[in-house]
Design a protein around this ligand. Structure first.
Ligand SMILES: [Zn+2]
Length: 375
């Protein structure tokens, strides 16, 4: 099976998350790797929910080597009738392979598997670890479940590549994101007698006004690769009816953060804002929670994995706007770049495609990574 056929086969599994249903696809990849009959290899399915699974495979060398990783879930196809060909059937035309996940990122996963297959008869001085994760598109739940259950403790790799679509240009950094929610409590009353209640919408406005110092503080948190951190209120929702004093109002905030700023920093900052607001208005009361966190990735141009990626691709590394699982691997002690076939502009759209030439180039790039790091 070549890389195009393999991408095509992976596209054939409907792994839209939610709900995911990645187990069948993960089993298929597991069978593909077992069929390589590499001595000393292990292939393990990690089920973490009904019909949901990650896959971890290790090809042993004498010491830690290379991590190749990607996700196997995809975003929903939307209205099927708006696709020129069915989203879960890979279709080749004009040097492109179409289908949901072609670029993001079953193409990258297929190129990694094909590179591993080509290296199967090589003697590995250092090991290759391959990880296919579920649920990347919905908050990394597959990867995070492996981390929390200790499955990836001591993952034997000195560096890693996540094959998200970067048009084969190495990405060495991106900010992390932290989404938080502030729920402001009021007291309902008839709108004709507002003094009988506490207007949660008005209190929310006070809170937003008090965000200034925290936002300025975050703007001072900078990183040489990524710039500064940002906090922005993005959704505000409150009230039920025009003649009722709203008893609840929520503010959702999106933070884009550099290393050193984490959920604790944001939570503490938002609590401080609540205390400052309460000093101004004793009726103010709020609950604050962090809904979601992805970590920043920050490698310098001189880091070894970045240097290898630049040398192999002949392309300088860049910084991306989107977040990836590479930062989770970095947190596990594996410096990881993002590098894969296809364009991020193709991700999540109708008629998603990956260029066949990029699939082939990606396969040879991953092969050269294996040569450089493991043989
Ligand atoms: Zn992706």
């Amino acid at each position: 099976m070549d890389v195009v056929q393999l991408t095509d086969s992976l596209i054939g599994f409907d792994t839209v998350s939610p709900p995911g249903n990645e187990e069948e696809c993960a089993r298929f990849i597991g069978d593909y790797l077992k069929d390589l009959h590499v001595e000393g290899s292990s292939v393990e399915l990690h089920r973490f929910a009904s019909k949901r699974a990650n896959l971890v495979a290790t090809f042993r060398g004498d010491s830690p080597g290379l991590l190749l990783a990607g996700h196997i879930d995809v975003v929903p196809p939307g209205d099927n009738s708006l696709w020129k060909s069915p989203p879960f059937e890979g279709k080749s035309r004009d040097g492109k392979l179409y289908g949901r996940g072609a670029a993001d990122m079953k193409g990258g996963v297929a190129a990694m598997l094909t590179a591993i297959a080509s290296a199967r008869r090589r003697r590995l001085k250092r090991s290759i670890t391959f990880i296919a994760t579920a649920g990347e598109e919905i908050g990394y739940d597959g990867l995070r479940s492996m981390v929390s259950s200790g499955k990836l403790q001591g993952v034997a790799a000195r560096c890693g590549v996540v094959g998200e679509p970067t048009e084969l240009k190495p990405v060495r950094g991106h900010r992390g994101s932290i989404v938080s929610k502030v729920t402001i409590h009021g007291k309902s009353a008839h709108a004709s007698a507002p003094d009988m209640g506490i207007n949660a919408v008005e209190k929310a406005v006070l809170y937003v006004e008090k965000l200034g110092p925290l936002r300025r503080e975050l703007a001072k948190a900078t990183d040489p690769n990524l710039g500064h951190s940002i906090l922005t209120p993005t959704v505000i929702a409150g009230g039920t009816k025009s003649n009722v004093i709203p008893e609840s109002c929520t503010i959702t905030l999106d933070a884009r953060v550099v290393p050193g700023i984490d959920r604790r920093t944001i939570l503490d900052g938002l609590v401080d804002v609540a205390e400052a607001t309460q000093k101004r208005d004793k009726d103010f009361s709020a609950d604050i929670e962090i809904l979601y966190e992805t970590y920043p990735l920050s490698l310098g141009p001189k880091d070894q994995v970045v240097a290898i990626a630049e040398r192999i691709t002949g392309t300088p590394s860049t910084i991306a706007l989107y977040a990836t699982e590479a930062s989770d691997y970095q947190k596990l002690g594996v410096p990881t770049v993002v590098l894969g076939p296809g364009s991020i502009r193709q991700a999540h759209i109708y008629d998603e495609y990956v260029e066949v030439e990029q699939l082939e180039q990606a396969t040879s790039i991953y092969g050269r990574f294996i040569d450089t790091v493991c043989t």
